[in-house]
Design a protein around this ligand. Structure first.
Ligand SMILES: [Zn+2]
Length: 529
């Protein structure tokens, strides 16, 4: 992961520099947006993180940032997601605004609010501070009524732009607006005529409705701009300088291409600087999580396994146009090791070439939530922490006593608590089976030949008398080999014997270190000859 960036300057800083070169000013407006049509998942999160990192780039250069986040909750509820309760009730609200659909969990004022509040809480955990804009409120309070009239007045210009990319051109009576029917609240309607001022006529195409109506654009809240017009219209209203977009919006003739022309030719503004981001996939999602949630992984799910700074680090480590997979399997250990190495490099504790160290420092800054610690936080190695936790039946309090001397301040404490919680969660929910063990509570009897019995007797004696003189794993490892050879035994069967006595398995963590981590009292009890 640390190899993913090779440039001298981070992409977030390069983007900030480009924005400043384009126009040097005090405050920049950066925008992101998501439609709360269902659970907002981890793939959507790249939309926010991309903007967040560019915001950090601008702030580092002394600029102010207005980070707006558009909840497109006046969009139509098009599909009932399979993972939600009350499917039948929800399906009655199809084609109505998402904001008018009830929360199937009964916790929030609407379906939209349920997903919005949940995601906003997750953003907070990630240290992201933004200004949400609820598009339903904007539309319902008439904030865009002049823009809607302008859009209707310039419908031929818009049709001309859209037709450049269409195989069949839009018909002459096409209208660049959608209307939520006053009678059934669905957008299965056709706008039939516009008087050039404020009157728009429409018919409802729903079989069970067929309402014909007329709305006053100065007072109605039922007219909405479809996405291709809505997006550039909002750029002009909010004066957006930067906005990222997913692959689906970025193709030739896709919504960004047409929005760029529409914003200048219709709304008299310019397109923001645009950065396309690629997909994020999830690897090694096993056990509990996948069965209950299908393929949807949220920021919360990721935070169950990774510290928030690590999640930010992962995004900061990849250029936006590179897709990456986030692992829940054995790679979790490697990711923790990579993060720790980057952190040591950022603090000058681990050497590296100048370019690498400079990039590690910047990526580390970008991954921080709150103040940058002046001293490097304590790094409990993830693999070892997993062993300590399992030796202590996943009891974090007991595991902490192993690290008492290393936890020196509040940041160390937070690091230990956050990491231990995640390691325990990972072991219980997605670690591979061969990684899991629990320490035997009582000694187990195992058939041994004479040589093996003698070896065990000698090892027990050695550990009992010399425990406090064993200074490192290597020393114990070498002594064990000497004792094994003295009995003319093969190492592998002996190790198997010891693992069986300690954890009832044939294999386990590296033995010498493992014995020392378990501690004298319990080792002597379990290895009693
Ligand atoms: Zn209707």
């Amino acid at each position: 992961m640390s190899q993913a960036l090779n440039d001298a300057v981070h992409w977030a800083d390069l983007t900030a520099d480009r924005l400043i070169r384009q126009e040097d000013k005090e405050t920049y407006t950066l925008a992101s947006g998501i439609t709360p049509s269902g659970v907002v998942h981890f793939g959507n999160f790249r939309e926010v993180m991309t903007t967040e990192l560019v915001a950090r780039g601008l702030k580092k250069r002394g600029k102010k940032v207005r980070f707006i986040f558009s909840w497109d909750d006046y969009d139509t509820f098009r599909k009932v997601p399979a993972n939600l309760p009350k499917q039948d009730e929800l399906s009655q609200f199809l084609f109505q605004p998402i904001v008018d659909t009830p929360d199937p969990f009964g916790e929030h004022e609407s379906y939209a609010a349920h997903h919005e509040k949940s995601f906003e809480a997750q953003l907070k955990k990630m240290g992201i501070d933004l200004e949400p804009i609820y598009q339903s409120k904007k539309y319902k309070t008439g904030a865009y009524k002049e823009q809607i009239k302008l859009t209707l007045a310039k419908k031929d210009v818009i049709a001309g732009i859209l037709n450049k990319w269409r195989s069949t051109p839009l018909s002459d009576d096409w209208m660049p607006v959608s209307v939520y029917c006053e009678k059934c609240n669905r957008d299965k309607t056709t706008a039939t005529s516009y008087d050039g001022h404020n009157k728009l006529n429409y018919t409802c195409d729903s079989e069970d409705c067929k309402h014909t109506g007329s709305v006053d654009l100065d007072t109605t809240s039922r007219v909405k701009l479809p996405w291709r017009m809505d997006w550039p219209m909002r750029w002009s209203v909010e004066k957006v300088d930067f906005e990222p977009g997913g692959k689906d919006h970025s193709s030739q003739g896709g919504s960004f291409t047409t929005a760029k022309d529409i914003v200048s030719e219709v709304y008299g503004w310019k397109a923001p600087m645009y950065l396309q981001y690629d997909f994020v996939s999830i690897k090694g999602m096993g056990g509990k999580m996948s069965s209950s949630k299908g393929n949807l992984v949220t920021v919360n799910d990721v935070l169950d396994v990774y510290e928030p700074e690590m999640v930010r680090w992962i995004f900061a480590s990849y250029k936006t146009n590179i897709d990456f997979g986030l692992s829940f399997d054995l790679d979790v250990i490697k990711n923790y090791e990579d993060f720790d190495r980057m952190e040591r490099m950022a603090y000058g504790i681990e050497p590296g070439n100048d370019k690498k160290v400079a990039m590690a420092k910047r990526v580390y800054e970008l991954s921080q939530i709150g103040d940058h610690p002046s001293e490097m936080p304590f790094q409990p190695a993830f693999r070892h922490l997993c062993n300590v936790l399992q030796i202590n039946d996943l009891d974090i309090k007991r595991a902490r006593s192993f690290y008492t001397n290393e936890i020196k301040n509040e940041r160390d404490e937070r690091r230990f608590q956050e990491r231990a919680l995640r390691a325990a969660y990972w072991i219980e929910n997605s670690a591979p089976e061969e990684f899991k063990f629990s320490l035997n509570k009582e000694p187990v009897k195992i058939e041994m030949n004479h040589k093996e019995s003698t070896f065990l007797y000698e090892l027990h004696n050695f550990l009992k008398s010399e425990w406090n003189h064993i200074t490192d794993d290597k020393m114990l490892h070498e002594r064990m080999y000497e004792m094994i050879h003295a009995q003319e035994l093969e190492p592998m069967p002996v190790f198997t014997l010891l693992y069986k006595k300690l954890i009832g398995l044939e294999k386990g963590p590296k033995l010498a270190g493992f014995i020392r981590t378990i501690g004298m009292e319990r080792v002597l009890k379990l290895l009693v000859p």
